[in-house]
Each structure stands twice: as C-alpha cells, then as structure tokens.
Design a binder for this molecule. Structure first.
Ligand code: GAL
Length: 702
C-alpha cells in the first residue's frame, strides 16, 4: 500500500493561501460542533475582536459528518464555513479522519491497533486505528474525497489539514496488518533475507530467518529483543504513518490541485517517534504543535523545538498550528502560564520563523477529556486575563505584519539533531538507562544561549556547508556518509564538537569495532576502551570543576596533535583525559567524554571561543539573559529579543522598534521580564557595519 511521493506534483510552497498573505495567520482549532448555534454567533464576534483570521475546522467531526456508513450530513459544516467566510475568517479544513466513528469499529474491529503485548486498543478515546489497515484506509479516503469535493470551491477554504498529529497515539501497531506491511517494507529495503539476517545480526540467539513470513513486529518477548529489528520497526512505523499522509494527500491533490495541504507535526519532546526530516517533502508547508514544559526549562525548550522546526522547513516560514494559551491537561501537574508567557511563547515561535500563530483550541471545552485544557476563550469567558492577552497578541501580530514572508537568518553554529540517534541511544540493554538524548541536546543548546551564541538546531541530513562550528551531542548512530560529512567540516578548516556515546553504531545498531567512539575515532583522535557509567549518587568531578553524574569513558589513546582540555579528577578514571581537542590545520575536533551538563559544556565552549570566532557572544544577548533571534527578507533584518529571565534587561538598540516595543529617544530599551522586543534593521547598513568589523550594532547595558 505504498503511495507515490508527491514532491514531483506539489504545485508550490504556499504563496498566497495559508501563509505569506502579508499578515500573520492567527487562530485556533475550532470545534463548533461542541456548542449550540447561539455560541457560534458569539464566537464570530470574539474572533473578530481578537483578530482571528484562520481556524482549523472539523478535525474530530467524522461521526457527525458520516453518521452512518456512506450517509453524509454536511449541513452544519456548510453553515459554519459560510459563517466564517461572512466574518472574514479563512479555513484550514480537516479531512476529519483522525478519529473514526463508533459504527466503523463496530463494523470493522480489525482496524483497531494492537500493542506490543497483544492488547487490542478499544474505541472511546481517539486515533484508534491501524496505520496499515487497508479497511481503515478505504473508509478514510472515502471521507477525504467527500469533503474535498464538497468544499473544493468554497471561498473560505485556504488549506487542507490532513488527519491530525498523525501517529500521536497509534504510531506503534503490532497487529497482523502491521506484520504484513513490515515484511513488505523489509523486502523493499533489504531485497534478500541474507542481507536482513546480516544487518540484524540474527546469528545471535538463534534468530536466523529462513522465510519472510517468519518475521514479526518486535512484540513482547521473554527478554531483550533484537536491536536491528527494533530500529527497522521504528523506521517502518514512521514511514507507515507517512504513507497514510501520502494517500490522503493524493486525493486532495487530485480534487483540489491548487489548495495547499499540511499535517501538524509534533516536533517536540513528548512524542519522539516520527522522523520528520523524512516528512517535510510530503507537505506543502510545515506546521507544528508545541506545548510548553512547565518550570524553569520551558522557555528554552520551546526555543529548541521551534528552532528545529524552522530548520526542518529549510528556513522558510512555517505554521504554528497548535500551542496553548495557558494550562494544558495531560501532564501530572498543569499550571497556567505566567503573566507575559502567552505573548512571549508566540513571539519566540515567530522569531524562529513561524508566520502563523494558532492554538488548541478556540473555546475551552465544557465536556470531554480536554475540558481543563485552556483555549483562546476560557471557561471564564471574554472578561478574563487569557482573552485580554489573546486580543493583545492579535494586535501585536498585526503590527508586526512586515515580518511575514521573511526567512530565519542562518547562524554560524549548528547543533545536529538526529531522530535515529534519539531512538537508538535510549534502547534497552545498554550500559545505563540513565542517558537522555533530548536532555543532552538541550544542555548544549542552553549553554549556547547562556553564552549569547545563536545556533541552528539542524536535522542531520541538512547541509553543513555554512557552519563554522558543528556540535554533535550524543550522535550515536553514525553511517560512513555522516562520518565523511563531519570529517569534511574539519578538513575544510572548520570545527566539530562531539559529546559522549557518539559514533558508536552503524545504521543497523551494530557496534563499530576497534574502540569507541567507533566511526568518529579518527576524526576525534581518541580511542575509548570502556564506557564507565556512573551509579546513582556517585558523581565524578573533572579538573575544571565540572561534574559528570551518569556517564564517563576510559580514553586509552590519543592520536598525535590531540590536546587534553580537561581530565577526570576523581573516581577510577582519575588522571585520564575527559575532554580533548584535535587540531587539524585551521580546523579542530573536540570530544567531551562525560555528561557534564549545561554548565560543564558552557565551560568547554567558552574555552574554545578563544580561537573560534563563531563562539563569541552577541552583545545583544546581554550575557545570556536575552535570546537573539533573527529573520530577514534580504532588505531588512527583524531582530527578536526574548528576555529569558524574570528581571528587566536594559538594552541599547539600533534600528526601528516594531509593534509594542518602545525605546527611549536614545535607543534604550528596558526589556520587561519574559517579554520579547522586535526591532527592524536595514540589511545594507548592517552589511556595511560588518564590513567595518563591527560585530553587532547594538549592545546590552550593564
Ligand atoms: C494535541 C492535539 C489536540 C489536542 C491537544 C491538547 O496533541 O492535536 O487535538 O488534543 O494536543 O494539548
């Protein structure tokens, strides 16, 4: 059931539809079917008051649109589409296939997904369907076609919203449908069983396969399952859901060739199972959902994922499809946003390239599992802090309209992000279960922010050509091709920084031999003989004072020209190298063999900054108190300054303040706690300043 990739027939990167119409898109998921008609009228009034100009509609409406198999009721949706249009609000219309109606699973229980232990998931929540079910596919495509044909010419329609957060609850299905599709996927990828047996190392524990039909998804087994099989099942599962996206997209493209489509990605910390780098060519524009992590980490975490989303979109504008005005409902504790955070979060996404700011959802639900999840209109109604902030943000986005269409400005430093290294480094049967790929990525990103260095979070496959420094935190899976690309950076006179447990396995989770860090041993000039994971409560200190809490490595050999930058000061490795640097011509390769955290890696980067210009602080970052974000349209540069602290920061700015940003006559700005200021600068003036050797035309005041 593989559908063709659609890149060849995709008409355009949205020009004048959902994005790029010279104004920000502002809105939410809109679920009017949960409310009586008089509320719809109030919705229109409040949407106009807030400046809402787009909604995503019909996402969970299948049961109402097709109340019985093949019987359609579009009457209410017709009415809502017309109402929105009369009020000047455009629609990102859902294909409504995300959650099948009760009749479908009663007629066809064989579409229900199965977990690894054989449990069949019941209807009663949402997304209870197998991505590989031919039966589900048929019903979903019939619905997609019916909606596409009905609304093809509707003036409110500007984009299609395929399904919703594909794979959020059902990415891993271990059913017999999945088993059949997995085998087809494996045959396409390996060709022969010999190749598969070799890749998976099936000589181990008598796992050798003699026929394709013997292969199953990695269901619950007596003990550790085959790592190669697990990795391929993860890849297959990501592809299987993408195949569903392609199938719906093919129908939409056939019926409405001029209407762009998207599906909302979850490029975020809570779902890690989809390799979105392999999905970006399957949508007309990238859209993403993000939910703030509560606590001290939240703002930087948001910045990290928005940064990655912007780079997945190739620097082009993207669509923030969902985030929350205030509290969510699915973590253990769900505090509301603090004063300023609603605007700060939205503008941080914008600084990373979003041209649309949308929420889940317009009106907070009264019933159902998400009744305590905030909306643009809270339970308290219009007279509320949240709605006032919503209105203020709408006005701010209007005032910033000139920013739309501009691209993210590339940084000189890249942090390499790799979904497969995330999956594999967290596998069972490892030296420790304490390693966390996302935490390690964030430690480096936050250290860069602390030092006032702008960086791009870059999908592994992206070009490294424009970066002076490439940081690879826990790049665990390294193929020959990736190794060559990193070696090229250093040969080219640029700099690579790698952290522990990198380069260890190939693309089948087989260990590279000859000593760790395997594929990167020559690049880094170090040989590690053993991993030395740390027991809880037994940290190890380095000479610099940095502290490792979960991981250290026994480096036993250094190649010529490798300097030791830091050593282990206590524990079994006392006196051994911990941080090293190999110089090669003008380039260098630095290795950090322990998990020394945000402060530790900041120390390493500070040391390197002595002779790596790209690691120098941006004065506008005010010693790391401010994140500096930058977008450009060629002629102008839009600088977003996000206060990372709970205190005001005094900045001296060049350029024109935009929106609600206000400077004194001499360009002084007191950036309020958690606020984001926006300044417009003339790119020609900046280029001249750069030519004069001026690093930045603005500074932070003490
Ligand atoms: C997303 C989903 C929305 C809503 C939201 C709540 O995962 O797409 O429908 O459930 O989370 O945070």
């Amino acid at each position: 059931m593989t559908s063709p990739a659609l890149t060849d027939v995709r008409p355009r990167w949205v020009k004048d539809g959902a994005l790029g119409a010279g104004r920000f898109r502002y809105g939410a998921d809109y679920n009017p079917e949960q409310w009586p008609r008089d509320v719809w009228q109030e919705d229109m009034r409040l949407m106009r008051e807030a400046g809402v100009n787009i909604v995503s509609l019909g996402i969970f409406s299948w049961a109402l649109l097709e109340p019985r198999p093949g019987e359609w009721d579009f009457s209410w949706l017709d009415e809502v589409m017309d109402l929105l249009h009369e009020n000047g609000i455009d629609v990102d219309l859902a294909t409504a296939t995300a959650s099948p109606p009760p009749w479908l699973t009663r007629l066809h229980p064989e579409v229900l997904p199965q977990t690894a232990d054989g449990t069949v998931l019941s209807p009663g929540a949402r997304q209870h369907w197998r991505p590989t079910s031919p039966v589900f596919r048929e019903y979903a495509l019939r619905l997609t076609r019916a909606i596409a044909e009905r609304y093809a010419g509707h003036p409110a329609l500007v984009a299609w919203h395929i399904s919703n957060e594909l794979g959020c609850h059902n990415i891993y299905d271990y059913s017999d449908d999945a088993a059949r599709a997995f085998r087809v996927w494996l045959q396409e990828h390996y060709g022969t069983l010999d190749a598969l047996n070799d890749a998976w190392g099936t000589a181990f524990w008598s796992q050798h396969y003699g026929a394709w039909d013997e292969i199953l998804p990695p269901r619950v087994a007596p003990t550790q399952r085959n790592p190669g099989q697990q990795l391929d099942f993860e890849r297959f599962s990501s592809d299987a859901v993408r195949d569903h996206l392609r199938a719906e997209a093919a129908v939409l493209r056939e019926v409405t060739p001029d209407v762009a489509y998207t599906t909302n990605f979850m490029v975020a910390q809570n779902v890690r199972d989809i390799d979105y780098a392999t999905w970006v060519d399957d949508v007309d524009f990238v859209s993403n959902d993000h939910y703030l992590r509560p606590g001290e980490l939240g703002r930087d975490d948001l910045s990290f994922w928005a940064n990655l989303t912007g780079n997945l979109a190739g620097g082009r504008p993207w669509f923030l499809m969902e985030h929350a005005t205030s509290a969510i409902n699915w973590r253990e504790v769900n505090p509301p946003k603090r004063a300023g955070e609603l605007v700060r979060d939205a503008l941080t996404h914008v600084g990373h390239g979003a041209d649309a700011v949308c929420y889940f959802q317009w009106r907070q639900s009264r019933a159902g599992g998400e009744r305590y999840h905030s909306g643009m209109v809270p339970h308290a109604g219009r007279d509320s802090r949240v709605f006032r902030d919503v209105v203020a943000l709408g006005a701010e986005l209007d005032a910033l309209a000139a920013v739309t269409g501009s691209h993210r400005e590339k940084a000189r430093v890249a942090v390499l992000f790799d979904y497969e290294s995330w999956w594999v480094s967290g596998r069972d049967s490892h030296p420790t279960e304490a390693l966390q790929y996302d935490a390690e990525q964030l430690a480096w990103y936050r250290a860069l922010l602390d030092l006032g260095i702008r960086a791009d979070v870059l999908p592994l496959a992206a070009s490294l050509d424009d970066y002076d420094v490439v940081i690879a935190p826990m790049l665990h899976v390294v193929t020959d091709e990736v190794r060559r690309r990193l070696e090229h950076v250093v040969r080219d006179g640029r700099h690579v920084v790698v952290s522990y447990f990198s380069g260890i396995v190939d693309g089948h989770d087989r260990v590279w031999l000859g000593g760790y860090p395997g594929a990167l041993r020559d690049l880094l000039g170090v040989t590690v003989e053993e991993f030395v994971p740390l027991l809880p409560g037994q940290p190890v200190t380095l000479g610099s004072g940095s502290v490792a809490t979960t991981w250290t490595e026994r480096i036993v050999r250094l190649a010529d020209g490798v300097d030791v930058l830091d050593t282990y000061a206590d524990g079994d490795l006392a006196g051994a190298p911990a941080v090293t640097r190999r110089r090669a011509g003008a380039g260098s390769a630095t290795y950090v063999s322990a998990d020394i955290g945000r402060d530790g890696v900041a120390g390493v980067l500070r040391g390197l900054s002595v002779d790596i210009d790209a690691l120098a602080a941006d004065p506008l970052a005010a010693d790391g108190r401010v994140e500096v974000l930058s977008r450009t349209n060629g002629a102008e540069r839009f600088v977003f300054l996000a206060n990372r602290t709970d205190e005001s920061v005094l900045l001296q700015l060049d350029g024109d303040a935009m929106g609600s940003t206000e400077t004194d006559a001499d360009g002084t700005l007191a950036l309020a706690p958690r606020a984001v200021a926006v300044v417009r600068q003339d790119a020609a003036v900046l280029a001249a300043a750069a030519a004069d050797g001026i690093r930045s035309s603005s500074t932070a005041r003490a």
